[in-house]
Ligand binder design. Structure first.
Ligand SMILES: *Cc1c(COP(=O)(O)O)cnc(C)c1O
Length: 340
């Protein structure tokens, strides 16, 4: 059975037009004087300014529809792109949205939070959520969103709890599919795509791509630049996601080990959602050379990594680097003070 046949078994709803463009970033490549850099423009997906969660949501929201959900509940950071894209998908499908946001309510609504407000989401701010609780939410145990869902059920609603970041096995399928899409584009352009570089948060996107690249028999090396964790065990988590997603697809002849997964931790800075000087510089470099807008939380930090790795000769002049633009630009408006 082909990979696309295996994927087609899973319910999926059309939420954006695909493929997203694969563009040669000529000016940036010339400016850096290293490899040829290409942008895979997943920032150009639909759902209230788009981003990498859209592909995940095509599978996740299909699941919600199958379960007759009328309200989606999810936990996220105050400036979460995941929350914004989930809200947009839910609204488009006629569902309500409850967002449990980590942190205190800001005085001024900006960026993603403002968009979530415009989409009429019910916003609940919760302070002091521990890493342990957050990990449980990512794993789908839902200590917090489960309680909200219970409360909604008592009111006669049919809630669907969508895990933080959309890092479910179903969500990963969106990026298994993206790998197939990329294979076609890469062969169409006749480039070698030696590396595929992206910002890694929960790791679901990287897992889907690593698995998809492998199953599509591409030689591209997938490199995740961590934007939250400072050290392992991200590799273990991602290889585990690869294996479980493969199993769900009925593929059993390939086992991923942590060593198969490449995550770099050098560009996180102080932590998740805290801008770094190098990330801000990278945003400006790309904006000024290509007119493309990255963001301070994810893609800017990842691009800071690309710039540094080019400088250190890790990517060679005769290599092709595909940078997955995962979106997130709406957050810039909430970081105006850091950016100027
Ligand atoms: C969520 C997000 C990521 C990280 O994706 P994961 O699948 O959680 O690793 C990267 N970039 C942007 C802009 C995002 O919103």
């Amino acid at each position: 059975m082909s990979l696309s046949d295996r994927l087609s078994v899973f319910p999926r709803i059309h939420l954006t037009s695909l493929p997203t463009p694969l563009e040669y970033a000529r000016n940036l490549s010339d400016f850096l004087g290293g490899p040829r850099i290409f942008f895979k423009r997943d920032d150009l997906t639909a759902l209230a300014f788009g981003g990498n969660k859209t592909r995940k949501l095509e599978f996740i929201m299909a699941d919600a529809l199958q379960r007759n959900a009328d309200v989606v509940v999810t936990l996220a950071g105050v400036q979460s792109n995941w929350a914004r894209q989930t809200a947009s998908a839910a609204r488009r499908l006629g569902m309500d949205v409850v967002l449990v946001l980590e942190g205190t309510e800001p005085e001024h609504y900006q960026g993603n939070l403002l968009l979530n407000y415009l989409m009429g989401c019910e916003l609940r701010f919760i302070d002091g959520i521990t890493q342990e609780v957050e990990d449980k939410e990512i794993a789908g145990e839902c200590p917090i969103t489960g309680e909200v869902a219970e409360e909604l059920r008592k009111k006669g609603k049919t809630p669907y709890t969508a895990p933080l970041g959309g890092a479910t096995l179903l969500g990963n399928l969106g990026y298994v599919n993206a790998a197939l899409e990329l294979r076609q584009q890469v062969s169409g352009l006749g480039i070698s795509a030696d590396y595929l570089v992206l910002a890694t948060g929960t790791g679901g996107t990287q897992a889907g791509l690593a698995l998809g690249i492998e199953l599509a028999q591409m030689k591209t090396r997938v490199m995740g630049l961590s934007i939250s964790r400072h050290s392992r065990p991200k590799e273990e988590e991602i290889s585990d996601l690869c294996n479980r997603t493969a199993e769900m697809l009925g593929v059993r002849n390939r086992q991923f080990r942590a060593d198969d997964i490449n995550v770099i931790y050098d560009y996180v800075g102080q932590g998740y959602a805290i801008a770094t000087d190098e990330g801000i510089e990278a945003i400006k470099v790309v904006a000024r050379t290509e007119g493309v807008i990255l963001d301070p939380v994810y893609s800017g930090k990842a691009m800071a990594g690309v710039i540094d790795l080019v400088g250190r000769g890790v990517f060679k002049k005769d290599e092709d680097v595909v940078f997955l633009h995962t979106g997130g630009a709406a957050a810039n408006f909430a970081y105006a003070e850091d950016l100027r």
